[in-house]
Write a protein that binds this ligand. Structure first.
Ligand SMILES: [Ca+2]
Ligand SMILES: [Ca+2]
Ligand SMILES: [Ca+2]
Length: 700
């Protein structure tokens, strides 16, 4: 009897233990540290943990060149993630694991770095809280030494040809070129490390003519150059201008010019590609996608889309120093919402504006004007898109919105059995995630919608030192982002009448941006602003200069400089759960309950919310030469501005109200001048960043 009573008692205790709420565990247990694919200049890390329910643990990633014996420096601020949930109907349901994620930026390519990572928690750390390891940054992709070299000339060329020589690209790339039914009948000649030098001239096919005459066509009926050769990271297959004059691939209206969806490590340099809807198609979601595509110093014109993959296999692209010239009108026009329909009508434009060749039922002889969609769209890890000039598109450079990342599943409240599944990708899918991407130093102008989208991206997205001018809405788009960190650092955004920042941002960090329009993302979690200039443009979208809606009370903002619309009743808002509730997060069947808080002044807002306690008010007189714009002046809202043509100068006047008003942010403000870092993108006395291509092409 006694033993069975004891058994029953033990059983009851076990049931109680299993059913009682989990005890808070405020100490931290570090788990595995994951190193994301390095780029040429950045490293990204994810360190998963258990515990730290009170979210006060911190992590840091220190670095120095290997074997240098130098002092360690700190990488970017590391983001704490835990349970933020991006839940949007049946497209997204992603829950951030308990983890840290962060980057180190502005490194040298092809270099070993020693990284020292550690976690601190005032409540204690169980297990190994320090790790050190060496990571090698990627080299810039280059043609390999020692590979075979093939020479390509345009049909009809009669001069001396360097051997081995071929007429047309396909004859060199494949074992032969053929016409019409035979265009796909040969296989790649090229091997890893081979270089095809394309000599000056016009390369054009007439795909509509059935022919055996190679001067007319070497592509199938769709007009596409299908490339199927595979290079390697060290030995790409190179298609490069020979250097004796402009090389023009005129795609003659083909929907897609180059298809590299099944061609890894192909490399394009120095070409002009024109007259096509999709110039280089590198992947299609759920079908196939290339790895390691390189495109340098290439000019894209009369295109709908420049470079496109939305396949999660795609990784490690290097898209640098290119010109993407879209077909959109040389005026600013938006695609959605007021005041754009009336503005378009006043200019005699059809609306909404086209983003491609007009379909037959829209074609108008009076206005046969096609538009352009996106310059570069990518998905997957390790991409670098930098020093490009992008003009006249619907969007500029976008992560693919994609939906739930591979291996994870959204929630359909009506059909849970068909879509329910992991809310974060299992480790076997981690190499297919949109992480560790660099978008740097691009010059972006004239967009219907966004200059940049981080939409659908997850961790360690680094959008830095970009110059954004003339974007109808939201140069910084995060709709949605899936955990973060999404680093927006030292970007300039000017003439953005629809506002600067689109939600629904999870894990976005804004450091030292010069943002000259209103900031009012509709929804957010775990978002943080430091050292920014945020100055109103009299937007039609909102009177607030800064109106944040966030489901987490660990979102924060401080050390910023603001300029408010003078006649606005309220200029600052911080809408979040009651301050005694840590977070109230979207979930199936649950809508967060937020308190709307609006204030007429920075002082009132700071006092009530504890945010922006060290921030300041200022005006456009801080700049060397930046005229304030009025987005409600509809007669001029379509104006385009240009850095050089308008003699704009976004540097701060020495001694002005933004100088030395910032805080130290490691890896962002290193080397600041004066008593403290300045607000905004450009520190007084430091050299201007390069925006756009680093070379002067002959055709400019
Ligand atoms: Ca803790
Ligand atoms: Ca967009
Ligand atoms: Ca300073």
């Amino acid at each position: 009897m006694r033993s069975s009573r004891a058994l029953i008692a033990m059983f009851c205790l076990l049931i109680m233990a299993l059913s009682s709420p989990a005890r808070a565990d405020n100490s931290t247990q570090p788990l595995d540290l994951f190193i994301e694919p390095p780029t040429q200049t950045s490293l990204g890390f994810e360190w998963r943990i258990n515990g730290d329910d009170n979210r006060n643990a911190t992590a840091n990633f220190l670095y120095r060149k290997a074997n240098s014996g130098g002092a360690y420096k700190s990488g970017l601020p590391v983001l704490r993630l835990q349970g933020e949930r991006t839940y949007e109907n049946v497209r997204f349901d992603v829950i951030s694991p308990n983890m840290f994620a962060g980057s180190i930026v502005d490194l040298e390519p092809d270099t070993d770095y020693e990284v020292l990572a550690y976690i601190l928690d005032p409540d204690g750390v169980h297990g190994q809280n320090k790790k050190s390891f060496v990571v090698h940054t990627r080299p810039e992709p280059q043609p390999a030494a020692g590979g075979r070299v093939f020479h390509v000339y345009p049909f009809g060329y009669t001069g001396t040809m360097i051997q081995p020589a071929f007429f047309g690209l396909m004859a060199a790339y494949n074992n032969a070129a053929s016409g019409t039914d035979m265009t796909m009948a040969t296989r790649p000649r090229v091997r890893p490390g081979d270089t095809i030098l394309v000599h000056a001239g016009l390369y054009i096919n007439q795909r509509e003519i059935y022919t055996n005459t190679l001067s007319i066509s070497t592509v199938p009926f769709d007009g596409t150059y299908y490339l199927h050769g595979n290079g390697t990271a060290d030995k790409p297959i190179v298609i490069k201008a020979a250097g004796d004059g402009e090389v023009v691939f005129d795609c003659n209206g083909a929907f897609n010019c180059f298809d590299v969806k099944n061609a890894d490590y192909n490399y394009f340099e120095g070409l002009t590609i024109r007259n096509t809807e999709i110039a280089i198609w590198a992947g299609t979601q759920f079908e196939s996608g290339a790895k390691g595509l390189t495109v340098k110093k290439t000019r894209f014109e009369n295109i709908g889309f420049g470079i496109y993959t939305n396949n999660s296999r795609s990784s490690n692209f290097y898209i640098s120093d290119n010109y993407f010239i879209g077909r959109n009108d040389p005026l600013l026009i938006g695609w959605s919402g007021d005041p754009w329909p009336a503005v378009a009508a006043s200019k005699g434009l059809t609306w909404p504006p086209a983003m491609g060749q007009l379909s037959l039922n829209q074609y108008s002889v009076a206005e046969p004007h096609p538009g352009s969609y996106i310059a570069v769209k990518y998905y997957g890890p390790g991409h670098v898109i930098q020093y490009n000039y992008v003009a006249n598109f619907h969007d500029g450079i976008d992560d693919e919105t994609y939906g739930n990342p591979p291996g994870s599943y959204a929630t359909d409240p009506n059909l849970p059995d068909t879509t329910d599944g992991p809310k974060y990708p299992p480790p076997e899918y981690w190499d297919q995630r949109p992480v560790a991407n660099d978008v740097l130093n691009n010059y972006m102008t004239n967009f219907h919608d966004n200059s940049f989208e981080a939409d659908g991206s997850m961790h360690n997205m680094r959008m830095m030192r970009n110059f954004i001018i003339n974007t109808a809405s939201h140069g910084y788009c995060n709709q949605p982002t899936l955990g973060g960190p999404i680093y927006w650092i030292r970007n300039i955004q000017y003439n953005c009448p629809g506002g600067s920042t689109r939600g629904e941002a999870t894990g976005a960090l804004f450091f030292n941006n010069t943002t000259l329009c209103e900031t009012a993302p509709s929804q957010s979690m775990n978002v943080h602003w430091r050292n920014n200039l945020m100055m109103a443009q009299h937007s039609f979208a909102t009177p607030f200069v800064f109106n944040i809606t966030t489901d987490t009370n660990w979102s924060s903002s401080d050390y910023n400089g603001f300029y408010a619309n003078p006649e606005a009743t309220n200029s600052f808002g911080w809408n979040s759960p009651p301050f005694n509730v840590a977070a109230d997060i979207n979930a199936p069947g649950h809508t967060p309950v937020l308190v709307t808080r609006s204030y007429p002044s920075l002082a009132a807002y700071s006092a009530a919310t504890g945010r922006d306690m060290h921030s300041v008010m200022l005006d456009y007189s801080i700049f060397m030469n930046v005229p304030p714009l009025d987005a409600r002046d509809l007669a001029h809202i379509t104006n385009l501005y240009d850095l050089a043509a308008n003699n704009l100068d976004f540097r701060l006047k020495p001694g002005s109200a933004a100088v030395d008003k910032g805080m130290v942010i490691p890896n962002v403000t290193d080397g600041y001048t004066g008593a403290a870092p300045d607000l905004g993108a450009l520190e007084v006395g430091q050299p201007m960043p390069q925006y756009g291509p680093r070379f002067n092409p002959g055709w400019m």
